[in-house]
Design a protein around this ligand. Structure first.
Ligand code: UT7
Length: 323
């Protein structure tokens, strides 16, 4: 008997305000054409002034609970992947716990920037297979609009806000790659590259700070590392790239997404792409893409999904799961 962490429900929330690329043409030396051709982004959502990461996370979580036909009382754990928690502490996850009216179990945040959701899925899986949790709500939620330097055209046109959530439940499998649920995970980080993508302030410093990125350097690492982690997690599951029904990648740049698919020998019609509508929402991008891909009818029960992401740290990884 093998315990598997199986997807019971998925949901997302996007703030109301949609900002097209043309918005940035008013204040910066940039163009819709540059942003589209270099990143694939056409628009993004920005949170309202009084809207926080935990509020968006709660909306996404409620949508996932509704989809699963569950209530907060059915959960025993909440893991929230974010680098833009409402406060330094307590965790945004405990705020979601309170908002949902969940009074038992435990909740905590995970911070691995754009790879955060993959790290959160891997930790949720570990809690479930070790018998420490039965139902885990895994959320990715970000308000990157709060850490943008609006005078820096090389970063502020790329990011957006939003939240996505999955509910994982312990179920019994037969131990083969035909099982539903998480089949393998693969995580990495290499702090030697921490200067390529960071926020130049925060707790312990005197300023809140803004996101700084050497985009072309991150790009160089991305395709190589994403293809290699996807291959590694597939190998752990005893599978190969040919078995993939859908790649659901971190949505940072369409050229990274295309380059990774090409390296894996997969055509783009097997990739869920949302970057044009959401921009880069960091840890929220994968659960948003899973939820949108499911709502579009792309992702169906039994499909083999590979998610992969890379971000600040550098931190990167992948998860293989059967929906
Ligand atoms: O999610 C976390 C991980 N992050 C990522 O995966 C992001 C990875 N990087 C990227 O997506 C891409 O590197 C970018 C979209 C950020 C940039 O694309 P690029 O093709 O790597 O461009 P570049 O940084 O090499 O810049 C090319 C030129 C530069 O001008 P010069 O030096 O060639 O004259 C930039 O100053 O484009 C210029 N540039 C812009 N021009 C118009 C940079 N930003 C803009 C802009 N509008 N917004």
């Amino acid at each position: 008997m093998t315990i598997r962490a199986v997807v019971k429900g998925v949901g997302h929330y996007l703030p109301e305000r949609v900002v097209p690329n043309s918005h940035f043409e008013e204040t910066l030396d940039t163009s819709d054409e540059w942003i589209r051709s270099r990143s694939g982004i056409e628009r993004r959502h920005f949170a309202a002034e009084d809207e926080t990461t935990s509020m968006m996370a709660t909306r996404a979580a409620q949508a996932a609970l509704d989809a699963a036909g569950l209530t907060a009382a059915d959960l025993d754990t909440i893991i929230l992947a974010t680098s833009t928690a409402d406060l330094t502490f307590p965790s945004a996850a405990t705020m979601v716990q309170a908002n949902l009216g969940m009074t038992s179990g435990f909740a905590f945040d995970i911070q691995a920037v754009c790879a955060g959701f993959v790290f959160a899925l891997s930790n949720a899986n570990a809690l479930i297979v070790s018998g420490q949790a039965k139902r885990v709500l895994v959320i990715g939620a970000e308000t990157f609009s709060r850490i943008m330097d609006w005078s820096d055209r090389s970063t502020c046109v790329l990011f957006g806000d939003g939240a996505g959530a999955l509910i994982l439940e312990a179920q019994t499998g037969n131990g083969t790659s035909d099982d539903r649920g998480i089949l393998a995970t693969d995580l990495h980080s290499d702090g030697r590259h921490r200067d390529l993508l960071y926020v130049d302030g925060g707790v312990g410093s005197r300023t809140t700070g803004y996101l700084r990125m050497q985009g072309n350097q991150v790009f160089r690492h991305a395709v190589e590392k994403l293809a290699s982690t996807a291959r590694a997690s597939l190998a752990k599951a005893g599978l190969g790239a040919d078995d993939i029904d859908w790649i659901v990648p971190h949505q940072a740049n369409i050229r990274i997404i295309q380059g990774t698919a090409k390296k894996l020998g997969l055509s783009m019609d097997r990739v869920v792409v949302t970057v044009q509508d959401h921009g880069n929402t960091s840890a929220a991008s994968i659960p948003l893409a899973l939820s949108v891909g499911h709502a579009r009818g792309q992702i169906k029960p039994g499909d083999l999904i590979v998610t992969e992401a890379i971000g600040g740290g550098l931190a990167w990884g992948s998860v293989v799961l059967r929906w």
